[in-house]
Design a protein around this ligand. Structure first.
Ligand SMILES: [Mg+2]
Length: 153
């Protein structure tokens, strides 16, 4: 799958630290045959990817639409279309499908959210869905919205 991670408060804290297990889970996802991408409402975050040693695992770095998600894919030249996203902002997860992660403001020793993301992705690959309450299915009209947006000027 093409898996898209948000940056601020998803993998990056307010004080620029990387969330626990992020590097290990990125590596494992790549090993499992997925492509890991990073996108942000603040624009392309190459510096975050570089500063935290994520470059070996990250295929694409994109700007993320914060409104009008389908049209935003074209506007920001997001290619490929995300299959699964991880974001602390619930609305975008309800459109693309994925995992609505708990906010990451400060590093905590008991924060296992990124591990949970990995479990949820494995579960979705195996069964097409997840029983985790923070998992979200794709919007039922996702394909139509995306096709219309990518076909439109
Ligand atoms: Mg965020």
């Amino acid at each position: 799958m093409n898996i898209f991670f948000d940056v601020d408060y998803t993998i990056l804290s307010a004080d620029w630290s990387l969330r626990r297990h992020t590097r290990e889970v990125f590596a494992r996802l790549v090993e499992d045959g997925h492509q890991v991408h990073v996108w942000s409402g603040e624009g392309k975050r190459h510096k975050v990817v570089k500063d935290h040693g994520l470059e070996p695992y990250v295929t694409g770095v994109f700007a993320k639409p914060i409104v009008d998600y389908a049209k935003g894919l074209k506007r920001y030249e997001v290619d490929p279309v995300p299959d699964f996203i991880i974001d602390d902002y619930p609305q975008i997860v309800e459109f693309f499908g994925g995992y609505h992660i708990k906010d990451f403001y400060l590093q905590r020793d008991d924060d296992d959210e990124i591990e949970t993301v990995y479990q949820v992705i494995c579960e979705q690959v195996e069964t097409g869905r997840s029983t985790n309450p923070r998992w979200r299915a794709r919007h039922p009209e996702f394909d139509e919205h995306v096709a219309a947006a990518l076909g439109a000027e």
